[in-house]
Design a protein around this ligand. Structure first.
Ligand SMILES: NC(=O)c1ccc[n+]([C@@H]2O[C@H](COP(=O)([O-])OP(=O)(O)OC[C@H]3O[C@@H](n4cnc5c(N)ncnc54)[C@H](O)[C@@H]3O)[C@@H](O)[C@H]2O)c1
Length: 318
């Protein structure tokens, strides 16, 4: 990065930090939320919003099977919290009653905010945001949970006319950390078009969900994955090139850096398809060979061994 680029980035960051540190008590209130994608992230976001922010949540997925699986998982998590006396049966029931699963995007016509959590495929996110700009109310915050795709690019998809920012100014990233019911952190990323009011409203809602927000500029991988994914990728390269076994790779990082799980286990939990997509975005966006995805990672994805969600990744989960 040249010194002028670096100066530009730090100016944008300090402008964002100023907005963040002086976040106004925004008037914007999310009374109803929409979540798209009932996979591991979408389901977690919907559940925490229903329980902590206590808002009704319309949960959209184009697969009825995914919705059924997601709702069964929500029931299981709530029952576990009741049995551990973390929540009462009344709270569990009220939370469950706030979740409304549907396969219809048109059911998002009355939400104040929507959080998209479909797979990390740029063309899919663009298609969904073009549709959201039409379906959602004109005041609604349009948030994405993308791990690495440019927010500016996703926001651009909301209108054929790039000078019309009526929808793109309402696009922001709320990048929740996995698993959402457990991790406190959320990254808030604004695209070039995002208004300060949108950013403030997104932060306020995440705080209502009990999360702690960190702000970053719209740069490939943002903060969390710019740091985390090259670490995971390097662990996979160590496995690929025989530097160590999967157990030794995970053990040394677990016992040596005090993390709860090693990088290969973590990759299995994140999903190897998601890890590959993020590395590809870092590689393409930053153009540096140090971000080249591991050959082995690509082969695991080609084999359909996507980690915990598919029953097999670096470890077996069946
Ligand atoms: N897995 C992680 O650790 C993690 C962490 C932070 C962010 N993310 C990001 O969150 C997003 C979702 O990741 P995930 O791990 O939950 O994926 P996932 O594969 O578990 O779930 C995706 C869901 O989206 C649904 N879907 C696909 N196309 C759809 C469409 N057109 N309309 C409605 N629903 C559709 C699928 O049926 C599935 O239920 C990705 O952008 C990912 O990069 C993932």
């Amino acid at each position: 990065m040249s010194s002028s680029q670096s100066a530009g980035a730090s100016q944008r960051l300090s402008a964002l930090s100023r907005q963040f540190s002086s976040t106004p008590s925004t008037q914007f209130e999310v009374k109803k939320l929409g979540v798209i994608g009932a996979g591991q992230m979408g389901l977690g976001i919907a559940l925490v919003a229903a329980q902590k922010a206590q808002v009704p949540v319309t949960l959209v997925d184009n697969s009825q099977a995914s919705l059924d699986k997601g709702m069964a998982f929500a029931d299981k998590l709530l029952a576990k919290d009741v049995s551990k006396q973390k929540i009462s049966e009344e709270i569990a029931k009220a939370t469950r009653d706030r979740l409304k699963p549907t396969t219809q995007m048109s059911d998002l016509s009355d939400v104040d905010m929507v959080i998209e959590a479909v797979p990390e495929i740029p063309s899919l996110k663009e298609k969904i945001f073009a549709e959201l700009a039409q379906v959602c109310p004109k005041h609604a915050i349009l948030a994405t949970n993308t791990s690495s795709i440019s927010i500016t690019r996703i926001a651009r998809a909301t209108s054929k006319d790039p000078t019309d920012t009526s929808a793109s100014s309402r696009v922001v990233s709320t990048h929740f950390m996995n698993p959402v019911p457990v991790q406190k952190g959320v990254e808030i990323i604004s695209g070039l078009q995002t208004s300060p009011e949108t950013q403030a409203a997104a932060i306020a809602f995440c705080e209502k969900m009990g999360k702690v927000a960190s702000v970053s500029v719209d740069s490939p991988g943002f903060l969390a994955n710019r740091i985390l994914m090259p670490y995971i990728n390097e662990a996979i390269i160590c496995l690929e090139t025989g530097v160590g076994t999967k157990e030794d790779i995970d053990n040394i990082m677990k016992t040596g850096t005090n993390v709860p799980m090693g990088p290969l286990t973590l990759a299995d939990f994140i999903g190897l398809d998601t890890c590959l997509a993020i590395m590809e975005t870092l590689h393409a966006g930053l153009g540096d060979s140090k971000y080249r995805p591991s050959v082995l990672l690509r082969q695991y994805v080609d084999a359909g061994w996507l980690g915990k969600k598919s029953g097999k990744g670096f470890y077996d989960y069946k």
